[in-house]
Design a protein around this ligand. Structure first.
Ligand code: NAD
Length: 454
């Protein structure tokens, strides 16, 4: 794929970018290694000051950054502004908490003194997706830089302007040039970077096949990796739930980011007592969404990010329907320039269909009718993914069952799944391993060094 900004609302190419040559990649790797030697010795106070400045740059220029995001990947402009603000939050969160998260921890043993001491690992490669083109990068970079690591970003090839803007933010905040560098390269160059001895570790947020490739190579080279991969999150509604709030939230949970979020609710598992009522409210609310130009701030659903994503989603829906799924609304791309797909609801989902087995990365919801809590949990877990889950019930026993028995990195009860710098984020099963955010995120790329003194 060429490295290019293509406006998904029009299909027009805004700008294409030259890929880095081998010698330019070499220079950046050398710069990262040399910067790390000095940067690892900087104090937390020093790093915190720069990270707080990065937060201010994000806030001061949030409109400009939002236009860059929307222009390259089509998210509604209001959501893009909110994304820039959330990035400022994660910078501030680690600016204020990193020192405490990585403070020495005394442990009583037979030594005069023994303790755990956290040290940075070195240059970390981040391979990132386009869907939250700022947030995915900042939630990795803020803790990584605060821990004393330096970062190399290989961003998705359709968001190069976002990648370069993020590099500028860290420069403007006062970080040395080698502390955060964007590598404008295709995915075919990722292996060469991981193989380089100067690179200590790798994190990838993206699809399962990309994660598997990157992690196998990292494993072969015995380098630490973190994987944040796909999801097919269940959204379960039981009879005691506040149906009005559940149905309203279900629409947001499915269509957030034009339906292209790893933690978007994708499978709606509804108790039979309330199924018909839920279906009717949900379909009506999906049909009422304002779909259109993402720069218009009344628009709720913009285009899909690329022509390929639109083609893939269309094929998944077509195949599901051929196998027996019913379309309750939507189901066909909009006759419109740009990569528009309407909010769509499918029901009667056959087990062998893409809507049952695969991640649908767009505003397409799959509905399931279940007879009790056991069947709800069985269907929720009948997926290779395990990222998030949302369960709606006022019954405390049911809440306990969902919390205990759903196979996922998080369970949200009576609310939609969302990331928060204070809470760990990540998956189980084929959604990946490792955690981002919170104290757990900053401890992924550190040497947990045992010190024993007599
Ligand atoms: P993708 O896997 O196609 O691309 C992600 C990144 O990996 C890009 O930078 C891409 O260039 C690179 N890449 C792709 N193939 C590679 C390979 N063989 N070797 C090395 N690098 C490779 O994913 P995408 O389409 O950009 O993003 C959508 C996917 O990301 C969805 O599955 C979504 O659920 C997932 N995602 C997960 C999270 C999470 O936190 N778990 C967050 C956002 C997105």
């Amino acid at each position: 794929m060429p490295i290019a900004s293509i406006n998904p609302a029009t299909g027009e190419t805004i700008k294409t970018f030259e890929e880095l040559s081998d010698s330019e990649i070499e220079d950046k790797l050398q710069n990262a290694a040399e910067t790390f030697r000095e940067y690892r010795r900087t104090s937390f106070a020093d790093r915190a000051e720069r990270m707080a400045r990065a937060a201010r740059v994000l806030e001061d220029k949030k409109k400009q950054f939002a236009e860059t995001m929307t222009g390259e990947m089509g998210k509604p402009i209001k959501a893009a502004v909110a994304e820039a603000e959330k990035c400022a939050w994660v910078c501030r969160f680690y600016s204020e908490n990193a020192e405490q998260f990585l403070a020495d921890e005394a442990v009583e043993t037979n030594a005069t003194r023994s303790y755990v001491h956290y040290q940075p690992l070195g240059p970390v490669l981040a391979v990132m997706p386009w869907n939250f083109p700022f947030w995915q990068v900042f939630r990795f970079a803020a803790p990584a830089l605060m821990a004393g690591n330096v970062a190399l970003l290989k961003h998705a090839s359709n968001v190069p302007a976002c990648a370069l803007a993020i590099e500028d933010i860290f420069r403007e905040a006062g970080f040395p040039a080698g502390a955060f560098q964007t590598l404008l390269v295709g995915s075919d160059k990722v292996a060469r970077v991981i193989e380089d001895d100067r690179v200590a570790a790798v994190t990838l947020t993206g699809s399962e096949p990309a994660g598997s490739k990157v992690a196998s190579l990292a494993g072969k080279l015995i380098k630490k990796s973190v994987l944040e991969l796909g999801g097919s999150d269940p959204f379960i509604v039981m009879p005691s739930a506040d149906l009005d709030e559940a149905a309203r939230t279900a629409v947001t949970a499915r269509t957030i980011n034009n339906g292209q979020s790893c933690i978007a609710a994708k499978r709606f598992i509804i108790a039979e007592e309330i199924y018909d009522e839920f279906e009717q409210r949900f379909v009506k609310a999906m049909e009422a969404l304002n779909v259109g130009n993402p720069l218009d701030d009344t628009v709720q659903v913009g285009p899909l990010a690329t022509a390929q994503i639109l083609a893939d989603l269309e094929a998944q829906v077509r195949k599901s329907v051929e196998l027996g799924a019913r379309v309750l609304t939507g189901g066909k791309r909009l006759d419109h320039v740009g990569y528009y797909y309407p909010p769509t609801v499918l029901a009667g989902i056959p087990k062998n269909s893409p809507a049952y087995r695969e991640e649908l990365f767009g505003p397409v919801a799959s509905l399931f009718r279940v007879s009790d809590v056991d069947e709800a949990i069985r269907i929720a877990n009948d997926t290779s993914f395990g990222l998030g889950a949302s369960a709606w019930t006022r019954d405390l026993e049911e809440q306990a069952r969902f919390i205990e028995d759903i196979e996922a990195g998080c369970v949200f009860v009576n609310g939609m799944v969302a990331s928060d710098p204070r809470l760990p984020f990540g998956g189980v099963k084929r959604s990946g391993y490792g955690r981002e955010l919170s104290v757990h995120g900053i401890r992924e790329f550190v040497n947990i060094k045992t010190v024993w003194i007599k």
